[in-house]
Structures are given as structure tokens and as C-alpha cells.
Design a protein around this ligand. Sequence first.
Ligand SMILES: Cc1ncc(COP(=O)(O)O)c(C=O)c1O
Length: 363
Amino acid sequence: MENTVYNFSAGPAMLPVDVMQQAQAEFCNFNNLGVSVMELSHRSQDFISVATQAEQDLRDLMHIPDNYKVLFLQGGGRGQFAALALNLMGKNAKADYIVTGQWSKSAIAEAEKVGQVRALDGFVKAENEQGPRALATEWDLDPNAAFVHYCINETVDGIEYPFIPETGDVPLVADMSSTILSRPVDVTKFGLIYAGAQKNIGPSGLAVVIVRDDLLDQAFPNTPAIMDYAALAKADSMLNTPPTYAWYLAGLVFKWLKRQGGLTVMGERNKAKADLLYNYVDASDFYSNSVHPEARSWMNIPFQLKDDSLNEAFLAQAKAAGLVALKGHRLVGGMRASVYNAMPIEGVQALVDFMDKFAKQQG
Ligand SMILES: Cc1ncc(COP(=O)(O)O)c(C=O)c1O
């Protein structure tokens, strides 16, 4: 059965229907083995084939060069806030963090536990106090920092970088949780990329880390083995039992992305989806989005109704129309439509049609 609603959840988020149908078809009997993939030992050749194929497909999709390790880990995005600091600050406990919203702030809180962190404003000064602020393209970076961290897409605030920050010789570390695989990206510009899976990769319980080989020798000596990238890379992400089912499902998503035509095609589709919604919001007197036009996310689109007291009615009527999980993050309020890879443009069109009807009905 197909999904009966369009799910705008920020994560765990909508997955491609094809992927879930395939998982369903082979749920009890994977590859004619008579067992579920969930019941296979991670040391079995059958599971190792699933795992290596998923890694290869991700490498193909993102053009990840051989001098980068790809890790499939537990602990989600937040686990990596801690792990990356433990792994990269052991020899030089100084890092620069660019702050653009809620998730970049949360990442700092973990790094501060193990080293000296400088929080750098990610925005240029506003021309007026009310207007939206553009993303800064230059920062007062420390050339001796172990790395510069930024969050490419702030899931809560709906702010996304359309460019890759230039950090000279200092390795660039990126939280790509809510934008990975949504468009092409030049991996060679990064020292480390990480992402929680539950948006564009697969189910929660998994994080993907893409790390350049030369950064694997700077961990604190007391880094727990389960967070130690070098140890995890040596064990092919199987130092302990990995989240096997989530890894398998991620592999199905990667195959699906390849069938769609890869990240260039996804980027075109995602831009078209985002344009559709932003153009509608901008043309309306009833809805608004306060993010600078050049920093608007293609994945998470917050919008406000002109009168907050209508929020509950909007959400209830949207749900009745088959449009779910539109409530904005509690820190931002209003609405948020998350339109990850699995959301078809028909879903965004249905949302725009509903928004228009709702606005007209309110007069
Ligand atoms: C950009 C970003 N980073 C980190 C996280 C934290 O991920 P997790 O809940 O997997 O720890 C999230 C979660 O939504 C996120 O959107």
C-alpha cells in the first residue's frame, strides 16, 4: 500500500515508498536465506555484502575519494558532536565553530567539554535590525585551530549554505545531517562530514561519517573505542554490533537515489520543490518566511501565518487534508515543511494548494 498522507516531518522523516515496499517484500526472507536481514550476524558474509555495497553506493553517489573513510555508526548526529571533538582535538584542543542556528550551538556544547572553542557569528551585520541577515563569507578564523565546524543546513531555523566556506589549511568539518544527498557536494573540500541518518539516508539509529585519512591520528588517547574513528575504520565500522537493519535500509535508499539519476537530479528536483513553496509564500500576504533569500534551506522550510492564533486550525485542517507533521520547532514556532529527497513535488503542490485555500477561507 502507498503512503496515504504527505509527511513533512523534520526527522525521522519520510522515506521513499519504493524503498519501504522492497524492505517489506524481503522482510521475513532476505535473499532467500529464510531469515530477515535483521536476524543476520554482522559477521556473516551475507550481511558484509549488504554493508560493503551500501558503502560503495554512497561513495559513487557522493564521489568520495579513496583517501576518505566512510563509517556507519551509532549515536546519531549528537553522538558525532562529541566523537568529532574527541577525535580531532587530541593534539591541538582548539576549534572554531561558525554559529548559524540551533544545531551549530548544540555542537559547540559538546566540543567545549574537551577543548577551547571559539563561537563565530555566521551572519553579516544586518542592514537594519528587522531585516534578515545574510550568511557571512569571511570570519576571523584561527589558522592554528584543529578544525572549523559549521552546520550546512540548520534544520530548525531553515538556513542552508549555498556555498562551502573557505578555511585555508584548517580542515573544514560539516554537520550535513539534514542536507546530505540532497544535491551534489565537493567532498574534497572537507576534512570531515557527518550526518544523522533519519532525514535523507534512512531510519534513525545510524550516523554516517566521511573522514579524510590524515585526520585519523589526532584523537585524545582516552577516547572511548566506540567513538574512536581510527579504531572504527580499522574494524570496518564493526568494532561492535552495528545498527544492521538501519545500514541495510540506508543501502536501499542509496540504490533508489542511483535509480533516480543521482545527486544532480535530486538537486534539480529539490530546488524546484523549494522554489514552489518559497515563491508562494513570498507572493502571499498571509504567510511569511524570515530567512535571507540566499540562505534559505531547500530541505526545511519554516513559515509563519500572519496570525498565530490560527496555527491550531491550520494544523488540524492540514492533517484532515492528508498533510501531516507541519508544526514548527518549538523554538521557532509557526510551521515547518521538511521536504527531503523522498517528498515528491506533488506533495509540495498539495501543500501550496491547501495553504492557498486556508488563506482565502480566513479572508
Ligand atoms: C543538523 C542536525 N544536526 C544534528 C542533529 C541531531 O541528530 P540526532 O537526533 O540523530 O542526535 C539533528 C537532528 O535533527 C540535526 O538536524
